[in-house]
Design a protein. Structure first.
Length: 222
């Protein structure tokens, strides 16, 4: 799998260059699918105008508006009600998945319900996550970020990487997201954890992990 796990999108040159390197060809030659589902589970961001801004490439977080050859929408909550023949080939043929922020547990639930979670490890596409879209790849997200309650409870996520992510470190609009808070969060996690600010991303290629940053980050080992 090729993952670019960001806090706030592709918002600096280093992250942008990492994305191009992972794609292996220019952005203008790539077809993208955006996944807004996580937004609906978070009280601050959706549904409504924020979901539309993400899909239309008008949000403050660069992802959909990077100059892709084409951009489509993959709405996970709709997939269980249609045949897999309608959407699986589309996902298999796309170059990149752009996964919005929102609520990571809500996103995890619908990735599993839709069948996308099972499909992800088989894809050639680059997965680009933002905030919750990145956190969902971890084994669990921690109680600090638990909002929407899954039917079975708990804070388990997909477990497609062996580390967890604390996004939006030291964000001016999130005064509680301090390094001290990240350290307390990390103490309750199962394995290694990263605290990353909005100028930082984690690049994962075939299991190799690399931090790409023009900002501030820290790894907490277990």
């Amino acid at each position: 799998m090729r993952l670019l796990l960001t806090s706030a999108g592709v918002n600096n040159k280093s992250i942008h260059n990492a994305l191009i390197d992972m794609l292996g060809k220019p952005i203008a030659g790539c077809n993208a699918l955006c996944i807004p589902t996580a937004m609906y589970g978070h009280p601050w961001v959706g549904p409504g105008i924020n979901a539309w801004e993400f899909i239309s490439g008008k949000s403050e977080n660069p992802m959909v508006d990077l100059g892709w050859k084409s951009v489509g929408v993959l709405e996970l909550t709709a997939l269980p009600s249609i045949s897999k023949d309608r959407w699986v080939p589309l996902v298999q043929e796309t170059d990149v998945l752009l996964v919005s922020g929102g609520d990571a547990l809500y996103l995890n639930h619908w990735m599993r319900q839709s069948g996308l979670a099972e499909l992800l490890p088989t894809l050639q596409a680059v997965y680009v996550g933002m905030s919750a879209g990145s956190m969902v790849m971890a084994p669990n997200i921690g109680k600090y970020f638990s909002g929407w309650t899954p039917p079975a409870g708990g804070d388990e996520a997909l477990g497609l990487v062996d580390f967890a992510i604390f996004p939006h470190l030291d964000h001016e609009l999130l005064p509680d997201n301090t390094m001290a808070a990240a350290e307390r969060w990390a103490a309750g996690m199962r394995g290694p954890s990263y605290a990353i600010d909005d100028q930082t991303a984690i690049k994962v290629t075939d299991g190799a992990v690399e931090v790409v940053s023009e900002g501030n980050w820290r790894i907490f080992h277990k």
